[in-house]
Design a protein around this ligand. Structure first.
Ligand code: UD1
Length: 320
């Protein structure tokens, strides 16, 4: 029986893909995670249905036997965060570039059916035109953006040179339940939720007018499964976003409304390597993959906040 592999399967997005696969009836799901930014608690309720493997994508020999013969590899393992890649570029380079190469090599040598790769909207950088279309020339502004872009190029080269089936999905600021708010490098919405629940002021870097196409994690997980099945897409790159755009000031206003608090944010200088505006053109993903996001920003935020309310005690323990 061939199996599914989710690298980074104990992470925020990876664990959502694991649960989606199981919901769709997958019989064997192998989770590869080194638990650097992932947590076993993210797959707690499905632990009996998955094969959890503590392994590191930086070590080819650890992952190759697990990937051999897989039907699909969802490659989510990475060290995320733009500022983290600026402060400490070596680990993120090794995971995001060398690790991705190892996953692709293992998939090719092990005759895996397909690799669906977690790419990033950060590859676009500050393009003048919005929304951002896949045909635009990338302009990475940070080590992280560049690393994720190199992974995309590697996918498309493995597709054209070796005939490995690959699809890259450029995630646009994914948020939702299980996103870890315990580090300064955490996604901004997770930090906003934590601040609201702790009745503290969140930090906003810059004037708060920067905007993001915040995308709910369940929509991203669903798109991954569609990308695993779609025909005639190998080597391609698709935006995984909603097509909308929300400023940080709007996002904090909504969190305050949902939580029933009024706490002015603390504004500080803009962050290095930051992109000003980000918004996905979703035409290609809808056409080729059947992408159809179901969650409005308000609905996604409602569900996310409800989850944080139930989990904040565990999540408050600090992490590097
Ligand atoms: C980037 C990518 C995203 C990727 C993510 C991985 C872009 C457009 N997006 O997200 O696709 O998944 O990296 O980490 O490049 N901010 C604050 N206060 C905080 C934290 C952040 O104001 O406490 C601001 C940041 O300066 C930024 C925005 O919030 O303007 C979003 O930051 P963050 O959540 O870290 O994600 P991006 O860097 O946009």
């Amino acid at each position: 029986m061939s199996h599914y592999v989710v690298t980074g399967g104990a992470g925020f997005i990876g664990s959502a893909i694991v649960r989606s696969l199981l919901r769709e009836g997958a019989r064997k799901v192998v989770v590869i995670d080194n638990l650097l930014t992932g947590h076993e608690r993210n797959i707690e309720e499905v632990r009996g249905s998955v094969d959890f493997q503590l392994a590191d994508i930086r070590h080819y020999e650890q992952i190759a036997p697990l990937i051999r013969g897989a039907a699909v590899v969802f490659h989510e393992a990475a060290i995320p965060s733009v500022p983290r890649s600026i402060d400490d570029p070596v680990p993120s380079h090794e995971c995001n570039i060398d690790g991705t190469f190892n996953v692709l090599r293992a998939a090719r040598e092990g005759a895996a059916g397909r690799v669906v790769y977690a790419a990033s909207s950060s590859a676009y950088g500050d393009t003048e035109v919005l929304p951002k279309v896949e045909s635009m020339t990338p302009r990475p502004k940070s080590p992280y953006a560049l690393q994720k872009l190199v992974g995309e190029y590697y996918c498309s080269v493995f597709s054209s040179v070796y005939g490995l089936q690959t699809v890259a999905l450029r995630y646009f600021n994914v948020y939702g339940p299980r996103q870890d708010p315990s580090s300064a490098y955490s996604g901004v919405l997770s930090l906003f939720m934590k601040a609201a629940l702790e009745r503290k002021a969140p930090a906003i870097f810059g004037d708060g007018g920067q905007s993001r196409d915040f995308t709910f994690v369940e929509d991203v997980a669903e798109l991954n499964l569609k990308a695993a099945r779609a025909a005639n897409v190998s080597g391609n790159v698709y935006n995984a976003g909603n097509g909308g755009r929300i400023t940080l000031n709007q996002a904090w206003a909504l969190v305050q409304k949902l939580e029933g608090v009024e706490i002015p944010a603390r504004y500080g200088p803009p962050r290095r390597g930051d992109v000003r505006d980000s918004q996905a053109d979703t035409v290609a993903a809808a056409r080729d993959l059947g992408h159809a996001p179901r969650f409005s920003f308000e609905e996604g935020m409602r569900q996310t906040l409800a989850w944080y309310r139930g989990s904040i005690a565990v999540l408050s323990e600090p992490r590097p």
